[in-house]
Design a protein around this ligand. Structure first.
Ligand SMILES: [Fe+2]
Ligand SMILES: [Fe+2]
Length: 263
């Protein structure tokens, strides 16, 4: 298998280009209240990336040159997504309110999750296989969520902004997915990764946002036939990873948490 072209990947990394985004045009088009609520959630999760990174820095991810270089670029890009979404919300008359609890102050559940992640990394040499798989799933659901938001919100400036953010998200997805494909082929790696995804995976932001918000967002973005097609496409893509052929992911989560993905 060809090695991953990290230099080429890094060369395309950079801050989100906001050149030509017409912020003055934003308030001239309605933003549906459901879209505002969804954007609050997405902005919060983008801004939370630095906290995800904190727990990853306690793992063997930092010892892998490709992964460590990627994570530095990834944090930089995700940070600009949070800033850009906050700027859009502000321009539309919905400034982002202060968080009830700062991002850096973890709940007990988040602290335990970070410790468990560090322990798993210490005990298992192929930890990065599950990290890359997890990342691929989360980037793909994020990319799909933004694509659906662009469609359902119908706001021209938001649509342009999301197009640009999606270009970054699809590069993030590509990195994680290619890495996962390679690492899951190592002996035993797919079995452990699959067990962890089966038992612990939830959509990105689970346990970070206010209770009920992720379910609200999922219903808003993935309602109807087009939403269901998008959900199935996520699952079908991840099922092409080694050992993941039968995995139950977003569609199953929708059925459990969002009053059924089938509408
Ligand atoms: Fe992002
Ligand atoms: Fe991303």
């Amino acid at each position: 298998m060809a090695t991953f072209d990290l230099d080429g990947w890094v060369a395309r990394s950079g801050a989100l280009d906001l050149t030509g985004i017409d912020w003055a045009e934003v308030p001239r088009h309605p933003v549906p209240p459901e879209a505002v609520r969804t954007l609050y959630y997405m902005q919060d999760i983008e801004s939370h990336t630095i906290v995800y990174l904190r727990s990853l820095l306690a793992t063997r991810a930092v010892d892998d040159p490709e992964v460590a270089t990627f994570l530095a670029c990834w944090l930089y890009e995700e940070t600009f997504h949070g800033i850009a979404l906050a700027r859009f919300l502000e321009a539309s008359g919905h400034p982002v309110p202060p968080r009830p609890r700062p991002h850096g102050r973890e709940s007990l559940a988040q602290w335990l999750e970070a410790r468990a992640t560090a322990l798993l990394s210490r005990a298992w040499g192929d930890f990065c296989a599950v990290h890359m798989t997890w990342g691929a799933i989360n980037e793909l659901t994020t990319l799909t969520g933004y694509n659906r938001l662009k469609a359902v919100a119908g706001h021209p400036v938001l649509g342009e902004l999301l197009e640009r953010i999606m270009r970054d998200e699809s590069r993030h997805f590509f990195f994680y997915y290619r890495q996962a494909e390679q690492r899951l082929r190592r002996p035993g790696a797919a079995g452990v990764a699959r067990f962890l995804v089966d038992h612990f995976w939830g959509p990105v932001g689970t346990g970070v946002g206010a209770p009920g918000e992720i379910e609200f967002m999922a219903k808003y973005l993935f309602a109807g036939d087009e939403g269901q097609v998008a959900v199935r496409k996520v699952d079908d893509t991840i099922r092409r990873l080694p050992g993941f052929a039968q995995v139950q992911l977003l569609e199953a989560w929708m059925d459990r948490h969002a009053n059924g993905g089938r509408t």
